[in-house]
Ligand binder design. Structure first.
Ligand code: HEM
Length: 451
């Protein structure tokens, strides 16, 4: 791979850059952007070692609108995720296979299917919130995770009840917790730490937890193969009915990798976004008041109408603006010599769109550390200025589901329960796998019911 032509190299020693990237990615990016606001080259472990960060909307648009040609959306560079997702996940596929897999799963997360999930989301939110005792601290992120996990299980398997699903839910949470901090996420970035020294070693525990999760998934696949129901419209049924160009159906391994991908991508990110939204709405009384006023006047008999509420939309957008959860797009790899922002890029160079830094740009978002939903009411942002779900060939498959879920769950919680923050200290972002989540999980208490 040629890397002679890459712009604005950060000068800090490579090992130091990698440590900082794992320990405090937000600080790492902000320090780099102070030196080079639009574009810089970082030396990181994980998604390719040398990465060009693009933090300027028009330049990112150039990359993502030609990511099937000049900048290929190669799955190879997402290998960092393969210990969890396997080699057959949509995130690791490329070319035609990638495109077809996306087409196969997309309908489950769009359009009419959303309506079907709305009752489930409202019902689940109430069940989970009812079960929390009054005046006892709980972590908003864990509560949000409980809700988002059940929603994604429903979408993927078509149900979320029964003993196997209880076990699967627990198994997924245990595996996800493995990546809850920078330290526990570090084997993803430093592969030499991926050593199974037995059940008590961190990687050994991960391997065993993953195996328990896989066994449950394979058992479900076996049952479904034995009892085919042509009327089912969940993701697993659609994947099982699909064949490739040679007429071959997907293998158990391929099915497992896709299910795990959708389950993790589909609940971890949304749970984090919801936790941040709850944090800001309760941290800023004026935001909560405005939102409650809008929700009081909304038509609750039609949950789909809640999606169009301007202030609720602005609150969710501002949450994803200030905390874009995923920080970066997946890498795109230069295919032919090209230029970006006046810098030459050689074939083989890996480029990422940095939504974290784009969303912090003072020229787009004055006073960017301030949570101010009104900015989304005052100004229309282009799809590359506000870009929490990426774009182009690898644009998030679950964008519609995530936005729908954020709005509906947040609205339901606010309308029915009175919560307050139980920790006066400000929250701050901390690495959780390849995402950024609230470090303390947003401690809250339920004080009373709303009328
Ligand atoms: C707030 C919640 C979410 C955020 C912030 C988010 C963000 C992202 C981002 C930034 C990407 C990469 C886009 C790119 O490289 O251009 C992505 C890809 C992806 N997301 Fe999401 N996501 C969220 C929720 C979901 C949900 C609910 C699902 C599941 C249904 C999902 C499934 C995926 C998948 C499968 C990909 C890979 C697509 C591919 O490789 O072609 N995400 N997401």
């Amino acid at each position: 791979m040629s890397t002679t032509n890459t712009p604005n190299h950060l000068t800090a020693p490579i090992f130091w850059q990698r440590l900082q990237w794992v320990a405090r990615p937000d600080r790492y990016m902000e320090n780099a952007a102070r030196q080079y606001p639009d574009i810089f080259t970082a030396e990181l472990a994980g998604f390719g070692n040398r990465l060009v960060f693009v933090n300027q909307p028009e330049a990112l648009q150039e990359v993502l609108t030609s990511d099937r040609k000049t900048y290929a959306a190669l799955g190879e560079l997402n290998r960092i995720l393969s210990p969890l997702l396997g080699d057959y996940s949509v995130m690791l596929l490329e070319g035609d296979r990638h495109r077809k897999r996306r087409q196969l799963v997309m309908p489950a997360f769009h359009g009419d299917r959303m309506k079907a999930y709305s009752q489930l989301m409202v019902g689940l939110t109430k069940d989970v919130l009812e079960a929390i005792p009054f005046n006892q601290p709980f972590l908003a992120r864990s509560v949000a995770q409980e809700i988002s996990l059940q929603v994604i299980l429903q979408a993927v398997f078509g149900m979320c009840e029964g003993e196997r699903f209880q076990q699967l839910r627990q198994a997924l949470v245990v595996v996800a917790e493995m990546f809850r901090s920078p330290l526990s996420s570090s084997p993803l970035f430093f592969t030499s730490l991926q050593k199974d020294w037995g059940a008590w070693s961190p990687w050994g525990k991960f391997v065993r937890d993953r195996q328990r999760m896989d066994e449950l998934i394979y058992a479900e696949i076996r049952d479904r193969r034995a009892n085919v129901d042509p009327n089912r419209i969940d993701v697993l049924s659609m994947l099982m009915a699909a064949t490739d160009e040679t007429g071959q159906p997907m293998s158990d391994r391929e099915l497992r990798d896709e299910l795990v991908t959708l389950m993790f991508a589909g609940h971890e990110t949304t749970a984090t976004a919801l936790a941040w939204a709850l944090y800001w709405v309760h941290r800023l009384p004026e935001v909560r008041e405005k939102l409650l006023h809008e929700l009081d006047n909304a038509d609750w008999s039609d949950p789909m109408s809640l999606l169009r509420l301007p202030y609720l939309t602005a609150v969710c957008n501002e949450t994803l603006r200030i905390h874009p959860v995923a920080m970066l797009t997946f890498p795109r790899v230069v295919q032919e010599p090209t230029e970006l922002l006046g810098y030459k890029l050689d074939p083989g160079v890996a480029v990422v769109g940095c939504m974290y830094l784009i969303h912090q740009r003072e020229d787009l978002y004055p006073n960017p550390k301030q949570f101010r939903p009104e900015r989304f009411l005052e100004r229309q942002y282009s799809p590359y200025e506000f870009i929490p779900f990426g774009s182009g060939a690898r644009r998030c498959i679950g964008e519609a589901l995530a936005q729908f879920e954020m709005k509906l769950v947040l609205a339901t919680i606010l309308r029915h329960y009175h919560l307050t923050l139980a920790d006066p200290r400000p929250e701050y972002p901390r690495r959780r796998g390849v995402t950024l989540a609230p470090a303390r999980g947003v401690k809250m208490v339920k004080t009373h019911l709303e009328n």
